[in-house]
Design a protein around this ligand. Structure first.
Ligand SMILES: O=C(O)[C@H](O)[C@@H](O)[C@H](O)[C@H](O)CO
Ligand SMILES: [Zn+2]
Length: 299
């Protein structure tokens, strides 16, 4: 039996930490704080955090193959040059929906940047419903819409054989799967692979491990759960000392550490005093499983 250890690694408090991504070449964890409009990079060797402030809520970040990063900022797919902190627009979506913004995003194994939108929240998980859509920015610079009617577009990842796309629309309380055609980027045959239990609350960010099992951060549930998408069974629950766990990714040496982001927005003073570490980033070790490297955007 491995013994699980949970520690806080970045002591800055995020209002809504999200989109953790491990960058091997810099031994760093990238992540965003959505309402603070910050893209952060925590160096695991020096323990220093660098940040770039952008002009609108930033909901996801990814590595770009040609150098630098890409991010979803407001309703724009953008390129980010970390050195001079400049942001350039690549593609805008939801132009008719002034109250929308992007939410979670991730790059597929062929280098397409998938990200979905949502209406801006009045309070966590309180928003005008069905306003969001799922998009992908293709390496040719054109974004395509996959579907609409989304509440809160969230966790996404692909099976190890690249034949399945996993996706979470948070307020459906379900983890869904689609058949995936890596060659064209097309999806088909949506089905649910897991329905959340009541105490797990809202499914948020998600990542896959090398055994093809899914790790889902449970917003308000204070935990990450490991799911078998083949059987629909939950295999493991790891509880964290904060309720608002938002997303997770594997990183560190051999991708054996699970990094979990969290949020502090939406908690009152009492709750905040009971959860002093809320908004921080956690590292879970001793899980006995590993993850895979993130794919870079190919455009
Ligand atoms: O990052 C997200 O997914 C949303 O922007 C957050 O606000 C919360 O996680 C959401 O409220 C939970 O459903
Ligand atoms: Zn999320």
């Amino acid at each position: 039996m491995s013994s699980i250890k949970i520690e806080t690694v970045v002591l800055d408090t995020n209002r809504c930490g999200e989109s953790p991504v491990w960058e091997e070449k810099s031994n760093s964890l990238l992540y965003v704080d959505i309402p603070s409009k910050k893209i952060c990079r925590w160096n695991s060797l020096t323990k220093q955090v660098q940040e770039v402030i952008v002009d609108s809520p930033v909901s996801s970040v990814a590595i770009r193959q040609s150098g630098g990063y890409v991010a979803t900022v407001g309703t724009r797919f953008c390129a980010l040059n970390w050195e001079d902190q400049s942001l350039s627009d690549l593609f805008s979506v939801d132009k008719d929906k002034k109250n929308n913004r992007f939410n979670d995003g991730k790059v597929d194994p062929a280098g397409r940047y998938f990200a979905g939108t949502m209406a801006e929240e009045i309070a966590p998980a309180v928003l005008e419903r069905y306003q969001g859509s799922l998009y992908a920015l293709f390496p040719n610079g054109i974004a395509e819409k996959y579907f609409d009617n989304v509440d809160i577009s969230n966790g996404l990842d692909w099976s190890l054989d690249h034949k399945v796309f996993y996706y979470i629309d948070s307020l459906s309380y379900s983890v869904d799967a689609f058949d995936y055609d890596l060659h064209t980027g097309k999806i088909a045959n949506r089905r649910s692979v897991y329905k959340m239990e009541k105490e797990e609350h809202i499914p948020d960010g998600m990542c896959i491990d090398t055994e093809g099992k899914l790790w889902v951060a449970c917003y308000n549930g204070g935990r990450v759960i490991r799911l078998d998408p083949e059987t629909g069974k939950r295999l493991q629950t790891v509880k964290l000392p904060v309720e608002k766990t938002t997303s997770c990714c594997f990183g560190g040496k051999d991708y054996s550490e699970l990094y979990v982001t969290s949020a502090r927005d939406g908690l009152d003073t009492d709750e905040l005093s009971r959860q002093p570490d809320t908004g921080k980033i956690f590292k879970i070790t001793g899980l006995g499983v590993k993850g895979i490297a993130p794919f870079p955007f190919a455009g």
